[in-house]
Design a protein around this ligand. Structure first.
Ligand code: GLN
Length: 538
């Protein structure tokens, strides 16, 4: 029978529940168990695909084309397993399914209610991950205990645990134990109150995972255990990590969190081997080959979470090359105001990530031009590829005013245009070209060398594409189309061979990078940036 872990959060948001859940998953996996993960989000959008990155941070895309919460990125990076459409449910999605069923007459004349119909739908969503090929399902409940909107989710997990029994399900409550500097003390009261709210709705947490800035002492742990009805051993401390989020599982393992979970669920604690993980952290921290600076030029730069997977993938590639990658976060509108030289001077690589809408586009184009003209390694992702094509068309191809029809519908040279499959679509939610598609690579190109494979699968999220009417012309001027859809119809990777490393792809490689296995293109890019640094020094 599949065992369930339910992860809730108390006191405040942004406690890192997603990282905690991902760390627990890694530990269970490393003890030989097969784990699937899921996040339940209490907001009304059907998925985060329609939300601004300022509201929600990055939209993470799964292989099967779900637009999801960025915590799923942590799940995949920590465990190396893939999430699916079943890995993220929102209140909006649950209600939308229940209401559609009601309209179809699926409830046979009954009054449709939050309890039992919504809670049943939530339980079904959780159980949809059960299976013979999975030992654990970890379900993270978004938001903070006490929020009105998370109540149906909490009621659903309460019922589900009651149905499956104590040896098949556990409640893990991630909570905050703040340090009050005026009093010189850590305070357990907010956590007691948050557990009190859980208890009032029938959930007694089995384990408390206490986020704190400083180490907790025995007395505080005993106090929490006593007042929260939790065994003393199951009050676990999760202090802020010093260097990297990838240290979280190590610190949880030191307190035997995984062993307690297995004991409670009457499972064997096979040996835990984290050697490669520890080695990876060692390289990340010590970075024997020095430091690099990469500029990421985007329009949502002010919010750290907007480019989460990009920053992580750069760090992974740094680990592969034993360098520490510093990101210079450059706001594209600032490039328009101050010029590329002022903002990009001295960087070892330039990356333009994905994005939507025309704000800051000319700044991104100026960044591409700067990288191309100064022989600085350039990596374009999605919109960053489209910018590379526009800039090349204008700067090398002589097509003044070339643009994407997304930004300038009247451009004389729409080198990027709406995909044929998108022309009739008006609804915004879930309608882009989404999920993994195969890409055939040309040998003896930078992309071909990075992947060392002739066909790969990468994830997409876009509406616009390279306009094939310009393919011959730009090819004659030196642009190489190194990755195409298998039927040759869609341009997926472009590059510019007269440059040390200038590669841009329509897909999002950042979603497939893990700390133990950096993505081939990120590895290629950071390798080129490292060479650029060494040549400059030399
Ligand atoms: N706005 C562009 C498109 O829709 C790029 C999308 C992206 O970067 N994810 O094609």
């Amino acid at each position: 029978m599949t065992k369930h872990l339910f992860v809730t959060g108390g006191v405040v948001s942004s406690l890192g529940k997603g990282l905690t859940a991902a760390s627990v998953a890694l530990l269970l996996q490393r003890r030989g168990y097969r784990v699937r993960m899921q996040k339940l989000d209490p907001y009304l959008n059907v998925d985060p695909g329609t939300m601004s990155p300022y509201q929600h941070g990055e939209v993470y895309v799964t292989v099967d084309g779900a637009e999801t919460d960025l915590d799923l990125g942590h799940y995949e990076r920590f465990t190396g397993t893939y999430c699916t459409q079943q890995s993220n449910f929102t209140t909006g999605r649950i209600y939308s399914d229940v209401i559609s069923r009601e309209r179809e007459g699926g409830y046979l004349g009954k009054t449709v209610q939050v309890i039992p119909h919504i809670t049943d739908a939530i339980k079904d969503a959780i159980k949809s991950l059960d299976g013979d090929d999975v030992d654990f399902v970890i379900t993270e409940i978004g938001g903070t205990v006490g929020d009105i909107e998370s109540l149906p989710f909490l009621e659903a997990i309460r019922q589900l645990r009651q149905e499956i029994g104590r040896t098949n399900g556990l409640f893990l409550h991630v909570t905050l134990v703040p340090y009050i500097s005026a009093a010189g003390e850590m305070k357990t009261k907010p956590s007691q109150q948050s557990v009190g709210i859980l208890r009032s709705i029938g959930i007694i947490p089995d384990m408390l995972i206490c986020r704190c800035e400083r180490p907790m002492d025995q007395e505080q742990k005993e106090k929490l255990a006593l007042f929260c009805n939790v065994d003393r051993d199951l009050v676990i401390e999760e202090q802020d990590v010093q260097n990297s989020i990838y240290e979280v599982p190590i610190s949880l393992a030191e307190q035997a969190l995984d062993v307690y979970i297995l004991e409670r669920l009457q499972l064997a604690a096979n040996e835990l081997d984290l050697t490669d993980w520890q080695q990876m952290i060692h390289t990340l921290i010590h970075a024997p080959a020095g430091e690099l600076e990469i500029a990421v030029v985007g329009k949502y730069i002010s919010l750290q979470d907007s480019y989460k997977s990009i920053y992580e993938a750069l760090a992974h590639a740094g680990i592969a090359h034993q360098v520490r990658v510093h990101v210079r976060q450059v706001e594209s509108e600032e490039v328009e105001a101050q010029g590329a030289e002022a903002l990009l001077n001295g960087v070892h690589g330039v990356l333009v990530p994905g994005g939507f809408g025309d704000r800051g586009i000319e700044g991104k184009l100026a960044a591409v031009r700067y990288a191309r003209e100064h022989n600085i390694p350039y990596f374009g992702i999605c919109l960053g590829m489209q910018c590379a094509v526009i800039e090349f068309s204008r700067g090398v191809g002589g097509l003044a005013g070339a643009n994407s029809s997304e930004f300038d519908p009247d451009t004389p040279y729409p080198v990027i245009h709406l995909m044929a499959s998108q022309r009739e679509i008006e609804a915004k939610g879930g309608t882009m070209r989404l999920g993994a598609y195969p890409c055939v690579l040309q040998e003896k190109t930078a992309a071909g060398r990075c992947y060392a494979a002739s066909e790969v699968s990468e994830r997409h999220r876009h509406r616009y594409e390279f306009n094939n009417a310009y393919r011959d012309q730009l090819e004659a001027q030196g642009m190489v189309f190194s990755g195409l859809s298998p039927d040759g119809a869609l341009v997926e990777v472009v590059e510019f061979p007269g440059h040390p490393w200038f590669v841009a792809c329509q897909f999002h490689p950042e979603f497939q990078s893990t700390p133990l296995q950096a993505h081939p293109l990120f590895r290629g890019f950071v390798g080129a940036a490292r060479e650029h640094r060494d040549e400059r020094k030399g």
